[in-house]
Design a protein around this ligand. Structure first.
Ligand SMILES: Nc1ncnc2c1ncn2[C@@H]1O[C@H](COP(=O)(O)OP(=O)(O)O)[C@@H](O)[C@H]1O
Ligand SMILES: [Mg+2]
Length: 175
């Protein structure tokens, strides 16, 4: 059986949400499902930001602008081709900054129950984000607003289930 050709331009998807919500887990699975490349948002941090986070100090906005601009530049490079990139993008202003680089980006907000995310964070080894930063993550989070292109998907269940949920939600964006 032949698969129907894509009916619209491939999306550049920014996977957003608080630390531990599954961006790094779901991002590559979603990219594979969509047949587009994945970029890990954490890899765009300058070393100074990583040092700060390792010390348990939340980043301030001055630390974030060059990081967001680098992610936006990658997303811009994938415009019309499709791609998936992770970036917590917790505040509206951060998403506005990403859209300055990549106006057509759509956001996939991975949302989850605080207790579930905390449990998943506790199991995570060798990552630079200590669980104590989760409080500030939730305090900072501004969900997608009505005028922002994007979808929210709940992160209960397995990575495969979440990925399928995300694909279906993104498909509904086109209809
Ligand atoms: N659906 C899931 N079920 C079980 N564990 C998960 C799921 N998604 C992510 N995890 C685990 O939760 C932790 C946080 O996920 P991660 O993808 O690193 O989140 P983020 O990149 O948003 O900080 C990791 O240890 C990951 O393996
Ligand atoms: Mg991650």
């Amino acid at each position: 059986m032949k698969t129907a050709p894509p009916t619209s331009t491939p999306h550049v998807v920014v996977v957003m949400g608080v630390a531990g919500t599954g961006k790094t887990t779901i991002g590559p699975l979603l990219a594979a499902e969509l047949g587009v490349p994945y970029a890990e948002g954490d890899d765009f941090h300058p070393p100074a930001n990583i040092a700060k986070m390792s010390a348990g100090t939340p980043l301030d906005d001055d630390d974030r602008w060059p990081w967001l601009d680098a992610i936006g530049a990658w997303a811009h490079g994938r415009a019309g081709l499709g791609g998936v990139v992770s970036s917590s993008a917790l505040k509206r202003v951060y998403r506005d900054r990403l859209r300055e680089g990549a106006p057509d980006a759509v956001f996939l907000h991975l949302t989850g129950d605080r207790a579930l995310i905390e449990e998943r964070m506790a199991d995570r080894k060798g990552h630079f984000m200590p669980p104590a930063l989760l409080d500030s993550q939730f305090a900072t989070l501004q969900p997608l607003q009505a005028d922002e292109a994007g979808v929210s998907v709940d992160v209960s269940g397995t990575p495969t289930e979440i990925t399928q949920r995300a694909v279906a939600a993104l498909r509904r964006l086109d209809s």
